[in-house]
Ligand binder design. Sequence first.
Ligand code: 2MC
Length: 411
Amino acid sequence: KKIVKNFHEASCVSATDRLESEDKDIYEHALEFAKNELAPNMKNWDSKNIFPKEVLRHVGALGFGAIYCQEKFGGSHMNRLQASIIFEALSHGCPSTTAYISIHNMCAWMIDTYGSDGLREKWVPSLATMENFGSYCLTEPDSGSDASSLKTSIVKKGSEYVLNGTKSFISGAGESAVYLVMGRTGEGGPKGISCVLVEADRKGLSFGKKEEKVGWCTHPARQVFMEDVVVPTSNLLGVEGQGFNIAMHGLNGGRINVASVSVGAAAAALEAATKHLTVRKQFGRSLKDFQPYIMSHRLQYLQFKLAEMASSVVSSRLMVRHAARSLDLKTPNLVSLAAMAKLFSTEQCSKVILAVEMILHVCDQAIQMFGGYGYLKEYPVQQYYRDIRLHHIIEGTNEMMRMLIARDLLK
Ligand code: 2MC
């Protein structure tokens, strides 16, 4: 039963345009959930820094906890395009919560793809239902963009590994049951890095304070400290020295997912702005009518602005879905396409949301102290903006995305 309609379903900004009917159903299902279960809570979760565990379990029950993992371990066995569609739809309800779901999915996929059968059987089913949560631990206090210079040590002692080090900005830390830790088992640089699964109850694992963030407030980020944490060598993902490649393969999907979250937030903001222009009247006419015939008026450009915003949403979405299809097909250029999708969408979509704030701001100017709606927390656009602004930084800064694209062109 369809309750929520896809905004402008038959128009140029439709999110389901040209999708196969199965993918269209997936989008609408996720959107309905987002509008019914996420959107009504988004403001409260944000202002009170609530990590909505119970609702995340509903997300798991929908099959969105291990979207692209094997069915035999509880995954939904969907493709990357479908994952992108899901994250875009969910983002309408709460970009911050959706971004965490995307990181969690990256962790589930890494275990499903590189873990032993023992690790898969033990962890993927409960990650799929979101009974348990996962955290991805790459960044350290002194290694962000230069990820392969990380210092966390993983020393083999018989049938065990001993881990020492600190990880920073770890989403879900303190709440997650599993931590996928990239650490050094060998030489300096990427080839000496391995990926080990650390369970939350391991002795020597502890967490820093909950970071106070501008956005992404609906899930915690903390430092993760490891002091002589001992895990069995069977907790290794892949083989020793493969950890950096595993981390990067995870991030290719992560970058597409986070770009999808940006597209969803921008599409939601566009929807809000369009409705606002339609219902709000000033100077005896609806704001949507302030163009083109009152060209001298300060509000003259509202329609053009809306058209530019819609174009940004659609072009970003095309790029994201193109990258997702490339990841499904494992094309050789997938790294650059994922980087392009993230670079383009996160920046364009922030502009879309800034433009929404501008529209509200222009309204404010129009009748002199009309009220700064864009600045009020009552209006979700500021939250969309705060949440997706981080997407210029996480999962590889956009400067690193530019570097990856240029490197591909020049090689
Ligand atoms: N996909 C697949 N393989 C990749 C890859 C990618 N995206 N990026 C690098 N590699 C491979 C690369 O091909 C090479 O493999 P091989 O030697 O087998 O050919 C290996 O990894 C080493 O790569 P580089 O030689 O490029 O290593 P370098 O140290 O120069 O790394 C860079 C460069 C900038 C690409 C990498 O450090 C990077 O991506 N930095 C950004 C870090 C990042 O994204 N952090 C996000 C943290 S997680 C987060 O924010 C969350 C919210 C979860």
